[in-house]
Design a protein. Structure first.
Length: 118
């Protein structure tokens, strides 16, 4: 399977970005999807997750109320809408797929850089 992220870039504090992740090579609708991020010198952290059917979402406390994860199983896409961005949101953002229900196999994308700075 393959995941390709896009939509990163440079944005001012308070701005918005929408990340996209295109999936191929596996049955997308069987996989839970997540967004992770990794800032320089820090460990990779879970940002948001969505179940295979899209029925349930969850968020890290640091992004609740600002970020929204969604998916389109017809297009094999998952999205992360990021609003009210802060400098501490600066990181490389990664898309991950895990097979329901046993969380195996899993796939990672290569990441997309998000920089929040004035």
């Amino acid at each position: 399977g393959q995941l390709v992220e896009s939509g990163g870039g440079l944005v001012q504090p308070g701005g918005s970005l929408r990340l996209s992740c295109a999936a191929s090579g596996f049955t997308f609708g069987w996989y839970h999807m997540s967004w992770f991020r990794q800032a320089p010198g820090k460990e990779r952290e879970l940002v948001a997750s969505i179940t295979s059917t899209g029925g349930t979402t969850s968020y890290a406390d640091s992004v609740k109320g600002r970020f929204t994860i969604s998916r389109d199983n017809a297009l094999n896409m998952v999205y992360l809408q990021m609003n009210s961005l802060k400098p501490e949101d600066t990181a490389v953002y990664y898309c991950k797929a895990v097979r329901a229900p046993n969380n195996w196999p899993s796939y990672w994308g290569q990441g997309t850089q998000v920089t929040v700075s004035s």
